[in-house]
Ligand binder design. Structure first.
Ligand SMILES: [Zn+2]
Length: 270
């Protein structure tokens, strides 16, 4: 059993038996791993971290040869992102990010870019940047880095770039040209600005993207396309997205305003 050390972010945790905790970590060095922290609920001082969801920790673990569950012997607290934990909307976005990473990333497959993306997004949430925008940028970046990227630069059926790409096919995962549009009759119209925004976000770094303005129409379409795309490919709706919708509608409901789709975009445009 080799002993390994890694920087990690807590994606998910659940109680195991009477006293232990099973935690899914995204590690910088080994990708997504599952570890058991024996006795932590009986004696929390056994570990130097409370292993909060989306906290950053340094862990030492014994890598099992026959199982995907490894024994964590040490867990030292790093950044706990305390200020994001004071805001329900930010907690909702952080929970969504952890659930999405857990759903799209394969086990024990190192991806340092994804690790850095998660850490950057959590830091920006903690720094009070616009959380709705962070979530949009995060979805686009993670889909690209994890290989789930929607095909936007040419027709997904024939690879043509010049025949007017106007419709998006969820089933095929990309744009269709005028000649191929009948290949998926459920494909939907999409603004050129939405495609341009996704391509821009893919190419630019996270901090630069935070300065980008979206018109309300593009923001709504980005949410619709990205959420439908994620739901279609994962074949399920993420629980945290349902919770997030409830959180977003809370102040509106309290004020007697009828619910509208998740919006909150910034005026401007690309
Ligand atoms: Zn085509």
């Amino acid at each position: 059993m080799p002993i390994l050390k890694s920087h990690s972010i807590v994606l998910r945790r659940f109680d195991f038996r009477e006293t232990s905790l099973i935690v899914r970590f995204l590690t910088r060095e080994f990708g997504k791993i599952s570890g058991i922290l024996k006795g932590i609920r009986k004696d929390p001082r056994k570990f130097a971290s409370t292993v909060e969801p989306f906290s950053h920790n340094e862990i030492v673990f014994y890598k099992s040869r026959n199982s995907s569950l490894h024994l964590v012997s040490q867990c030292d607290a790093g950044e706990n992102f305390l200020s994001l934990r004071n805001n329900l909307g930010r907690i909702g976005v952080a929970s969504f990010m952890m659930e999405l990473v857990d759903a799209v990333m394969p086990d024990e497959d190192k991806n340092e870019e994804v690790y850095n993306l998660v850490l950057t997004a959590l830091s920006e949430l903690n720094n009070n940047a616009n959380h709705d925008k962070i979530m949009t940028i995060f979805k686009i970046k993670l889909l690209t880095l994890s290989g789930f990227r929607p095909h936007l630069d040419s027709c997904i059926a024939c690879n043509n770039e010049s025949l007017g790409l106007t419709k998006f096919s969820l089933r095929m995962g990309g744009m269709l040209c005028q000649r191929c549009v009948d290949r998926d009759r459920t494909s939907r119209n999409i603004f050129r600005g939405t495609v341009a925004t996704i391509l821009y976000i893919e190419k630019n770094d996270f901090k630069n993207n935070l300065n980008l303005g979206f018109s309300m129409e593009i923001k709504r379409e980005l949410d619709l396309i990205l959420n439908s795309f994620i739901r279609f490919h994962l074949e399920k709706e993420l629980n945290s997205l349902k919770v997030l919708r409830k959180i977003e509608f809370m102040p509106l409901k309290a004020a007697g305003v009828p619910a509208v789709p998740l919006a909150g975009g910034v005026k401007g445009g690309i």
